[in-house]
Design a protein around this ligand. Structure first.
Ligand code: HEM
Length: 255
């Protein structure tokens, strides 16, 4: 027998039949299911950003420390690093695609000329989330071209020759990530780009974190101020940690 699920917030007709596949389609066809998916992937991406920022801070422990850490991640984890990378790609695109779907659905459902102040504010906030998210996505594409593929520019050695970032080696033969990051941030416009991207990341995360917690029902209405404070604290820690590296290269604390 076929079933048709009705949900006032979601698509009218989700799936025929029963079983996990039909349930899955019904779930992901509803606004609530999609919002939960955006929230869960968002929280997981924040987890990556916290870990990445803490790893980046190894720059302050010196060349050997960050190079050994990068070498461990790239070479010693074997297949795990590829699973983690594939996971990151899936998380990123799921987060993006379902955010766009939700926004399209909200737009389609909106009666012409509605004047509800709160709804309009919520819509402005989610629009800015999409915009900041897309800019951060563009920054990420640049960042991967810069530090993961070494396509943006080369590093100048003491004898004046310029080599690709990927060819830099330390005394132990590890990829010299330390020199690569310093070479990256000695160019003013690249540093400026990173600083602007971090500011947008702060705007995105300080709104996204409490919003995800709200969607997931982790914190009740009573804890709304706490959720907002947590969003600002986590977003602030990520951004300040990353900022510190760019500024330390600029001010030659790291060289
Ligand atoms: C000042 C800030 C940052 C620094 C210094 C930094 C540094 C780096 C470096 C050196 C790598 C390459 C590691 C290697 O190949 O050995 C890398 C990779 C990466 N970074 Fe960043 N990063 C920063 C901010 C960010 C931000 C804000 C994001 C996300 C929005 C991000 C996402 C990534 C991703 C996804 C990778 C690829 C990881 C992989 O290859 O498995 N990074 N970063």
């Amino acid at each position: 027998m076929s079933t048709v699920a009705i949900n006032p917030k979601g698509a009218r007709k989700y799936a025929e039949g029963t079983g996990p596949l039909a349930w899955n389609r019904a779930y992901l066809g509803s606004s609530v299911g999609q919002k939960i998916l955006v929230a869960v992937t968002g929280v997981a991406l924040v987890g990556f950003l916290v870990g990445h920022m803490i790893g980046n801070l190894k720059m302050f422990s010196g060349r050997e420390s960050i190079n050994a850490y990068a070498s461990f991640l790239k070479h010693d984890l074997g297949v795990l690093i590829w699973i983690a990378r594939a996971g990151l790609v899936v998380l990123f695109f799921t987060h993006l695609v379902y955010t766009i779907r939700l926004q399209r659905r909200a737009k389609a459902a909106r009666p012409i000329g509605y004047q509800m102040q709160r709804a309009a504010q919520a819509s402005a906030a989610s629009k800015s989330m999409l915009l900041t998210g897309l800019v951060i996505g563009a920054f990420l594409a640049f960042h991967l071209a810069h530090y993961t593929f070494g396509l943006v520019h080369g590093a100048e050695l003491s004898d004046g020759t310029v080599v690709n970032y990927m060819d830099l080696r330390d005394a132990k033969g590890h990829h010299d990530v330390y020199t690569m990051v310093i070479a990256g941030f000695t160019t003013w416009w690249i540093s400026a780009l990173y600083l602007v991207a971090q500011l947008l990341l702060f705007v995105h995360l300080s709104h996204g974190i409490p919003s995800s917690l709200r969607t997931l029902g982790v914190l009740g209405r009573r804890f709304e101020p706490a959720a907002q404070a947590l969003g600002i604290a986590v977003a602030g820690a990520i951004v300040l940690g990353n900022f510190a590296i760019v500024l330390a290269v600029w001010t030659k604390v790291l060289q």
